[in-house]
Design a protein around this ligand. Structure first.
Ligand SMILES: Cc1cc2nc3c(=O)[nH]c(=O)nc-3n(C[C@H](O)[C@H](O)[C@H](O)COP(=O)(O)O)c2cc1C
Length: 448
């Protein structure tokens, strides 16, 4: 495999218990250790042995209101990944953090620290938080509107970027003879005054190994797409069909190019939840076994979050009642709403069939087959302008990931689509992203 060949980027998206909503009930799920850091360290080391680019934790600052039926608690992802950093050496560590319910100075410090602790493996999944209930934990009477959330997100990321840039790379002198620790002309206040934030700076943490942690983004509404085209270096996204994934891919790369960015510097990574069997029938049986464990009460609740309508009490085996969908209610998660509507339009499912369809991975691509078939499908998406790689979402843990790592990854490697070994040490190296220079360093050189 030549160093310049285009290769897949693969992340392991870890949900406690696995991505299928009934995963924790599956006999082979290891659910006794979901609060045990050893479990996650071991999982991350397995992902590293398989040469994956990164692991990723989602997050939201509120407890899911359907915890009764599934392991939907959260540990705080930066803390979680700092502990995993010490048990691994190469794999990227991507944490979700909200721009709606946080402050840029605190967040810049946390991620800068994770980048130092991990020696350059940190990534920030920038989200505006879709769960409206979070507002109640932050003294707000209501969740800010979609447009306001993205407005704040933009300024938030600008401030964090300036803070990460506030130390030039060569600011630390360590000159024991003269007694000069740092060249403080290379450590810059940012003097930010904007609509949402007033931040003087500089950051109290030196420039990090990657310069800046990797910017990841996961919203796909119109606002989300333009935000991603401007800032994101990797994009997590959910698509059910190749056609939708291609449209999204082309749109983002086009918008990024129009902003003067190199399209290769944005990795578009749709979610894939693989149900793998040694025969097609075995894979299908695995998928069916999971759906047997689904609890409709939980699934209906999930659907309500995606569509904004409560279908509790409706006949599960009657056709999905499309006429009840209120398009104005879609604002909370605009893009996932569209994914569900597309399934309804295309497949005309019963309510139960729709619930099963979404149970695997909340609207992400669920694919059922042999290792060869899964690899073929991934290759098709990769080669036809739909994906630069994937966010791998095992239905259950750890077995659902082990099967992927042991049976699908070697096929991708044999086809020259995936690395045999790491060529660098940072997450930027794995994704093939440049290390950014501090804007203050750039300005200083331009005026020198
Ligand atoms: C793979 C993936 C992971 C996501 N993880 C989170 C998350 O951890 N927290 C969150 O609030 N939203 C998460 N989202 C949702 C988006 O970030 C975004 O908040 C939501 O889709 C609404 O934005 P949109 O309307 O632009 O799509 C995720 C989306 C995807 C595709």
């Amino acid at each position: 495999m030549s160093a310049s060949a285009r290769r897949l980027s693969l992340n392991l998206f870890i949900y406690p218990g696995g991505h299928h909503e009934a995963a924790w009930r599956y006999a082979a799920s290891d659910v006794d250790h979901l609060l045990d850091i050893d479990f996650y360290q071991k999982l991350a080391r397995r992902a590293e042995q398989a040469k994956l680019d990164g692991i990723f934790f989602a997050d939201g600052p509120v407890l899911a209101d359907n915890i009764r039926f599934a392991a939907r608690f959260r540990l705080e992802p930066i803390t979680w990944l700092a502990a995993i950093a010490t048990a691994t050496s190469r794999i990227g560590l991507i944490a979700t953090a909200s721009t709606t319910y946080g402050e840029p100075y605190n967040l810049a410090r946390l991620f800068a620290s994770l980048d130092h602790i991990s020696k350059g493996r940190a990534g920030w999944n920038i989200v505006t938080t879709s769960a409206g209930l979070a507002a109640q934990n932050f003294g707000l009477s209501e969740h800010p509107s979609h447009a306001d959330r993205y407005g704040r997100a933009q300024e938030f990321v600008d401030v964090v970027t300036k803070l990460w840039d506030s130390w030039e790379d060569d600011a630390i002198l360590l000159d024991k003879k003269t007694g000069i620790y740092a060249d403080d002309t290379k450590i810059h206040p940012i003097d930010h005054i904007g609509r949402h934030f007033r931040v003087k700076g500089p950051l109290n943490t030196p420039r990090t190994p990657q310069g800046r942690p990797v910017y990841v983004q996961a919203g796909a509404s119109d606002d989300g797409r333009s935000f991603a085209a401007r800032y994101a270096e990797a994009i997590f996204t959910a698509h059910q069909t190749l056609a939708n994934a291609r449209e999204f891919y082309a749109d983002i790369k086009r918008q990024a190019k129009a902003l003067g960015r190199h399209p290769d510097h944005i990795k578009i990574l749709p979610g894939i939840s693989p149900f793998i069997g040694s025969t097609e029938a075995e894979a299908q049986k695995l998928h069916d076994d999971f759906n047997e464990l689904v609890q409709p009460e939980y699934s209906l609740h999930q659907l309500k979050r995606m569509l904004g309508i409560d279908l509790a009490g409706h006949d599960l085996d009657a056709p999905f009642p499309s006429h009840l969908i209120n398009f104005d209610g879609a604002q909370a998660v605009a893009s996932r709403f569209k994914v569900v509507l597309d399934i309804v339009d295309r497949e005309k499912p019963t309510l139960r069939q729709l619930l099963h369809r979404l149970a695997g991975a909340r609207g992400h691509w669920v694919t059922v087959g042999t290792p060869e078939q899964i690899a073929d499908r991934m290759e098709t998406w990769f080669q036809s302008g739909a994906a630069d790689g994937f966010n791998v979402m095992p239905p259950y843990l750890p077995g659902g990931f082990d099967t992927f790592a042991e049976q699908v990854v070697p096929i991708l490697q044999k086809r020259g689509l995936f690395r045999l070994d790491y060529e660098g040490t940072t997450l930027r190296d794995h994704y093939g992203l440049p290390r950014p220079e501090s804007v203050y360093g750039q300005q200083a050189r331009a005026t020198a």
